[in-house]
Design a protein around this ligand. Structure first.
Ligand code: PLP
Length: 216
């Protein structure tokens, strides 16, 4: 039986140094998160505010918590005091609310714009024109820092399709990086357990892995 620590070690061994691993701990009990923490992991991702807040309260304070799932505007206030990165900003309304709650906490919150890249009706996100337009007005939002993009590929076994979607997102990421600079705009979050190798080949700087690390 493989342990969380062994699974993490295996994944990291295949990962270029400059790619950040976000361990997705949604639905996992604290004891398993502590196992990953003990073996050195400090960046964890959760997709629900109701689950993230109690985990933040119970677990070590030097964990960088990332919110990776769809976020409702009325829940932003619960995570604004501590969240390290929000991957899933998928509307201007949400960005406005993050800005407002960050101001209340006297913080500047780092966020990614979630891009719609999949051939699926259910996924959230911006298209290229919307994201470009919003980025051109990013200085309107004084308490957020848009540090990059996030995308989820179609859930399919067709790796050509997945690669095409990641490649398109990476191209758009590069054009925006040229505009806004790599020190400010540095993070491309793409790739999960099933498709992270393709994502890294296509230029991901951050991957979000859950099931393949917590499998036993
Ligand atoms: C659950 C989730 C992941 C991780 O998926 P796995 O297949 O468990 O690796 C990554 N990103 C988001 C947005 C998720 O909700």
């Amino acid at each position: 039986m493989a342990s969380v620590a062994e699974n993490m070690k295996q994944t990291k061994a295949q990962l270029p140094n400059e790619v950040t691993l976000v361990v997705v701990s949604k639905t996992q009990p604290n004891v398993l998160i502590e196992e990953a923490y003990t073996s050195g992991q400090r960046v964890f991702g959760e997709n629900r505010v109701q689950e993230l807040v109690p985990k933040y309260e119970a677990l070590p304070k030097d964990i960088a918590w990332h919110l990776i799932g769809h976020l409702q505007t009325n829940k932003v206030k619960y995570i604004a005091p501590f969240v390290a990165l929000i991957h899933s900003v998928d509307s201007e309304k949400l960005l406005v609310e993050v800005d407002k709650q960050a101001a209340r906490c006297n913080r500047k919150i780092e966020v990614l714009l979630q891009m719609y890249i999949a051939q699926e009706e259910t996924k959230f996100g911006f298209d290229v024109a919307e994201a470009e337009e919003l980025l051109s007005r990013q200085t309107d939002f004084q308490h957020v820092r848009i540090v990059g993009l996030m995308g989820m590929a179609t859930n399919t076994d067709n790796s050509d399709q997945v690669r095409k979607e990641f490649r398109g997102l990476a191209q758009f990421f590069k054009t925006q990086q040229e505009k806004y600079g790599a020190t400010h705009f540095h993070t491309l979050s793409m790739g999960m357990s099933s498709d992270w190798k393709i994502a890294v080949e296509e230029g991901a700087t951050m991957i979000r892995i859950g099931s393949s690390i917590f499998r036993s």
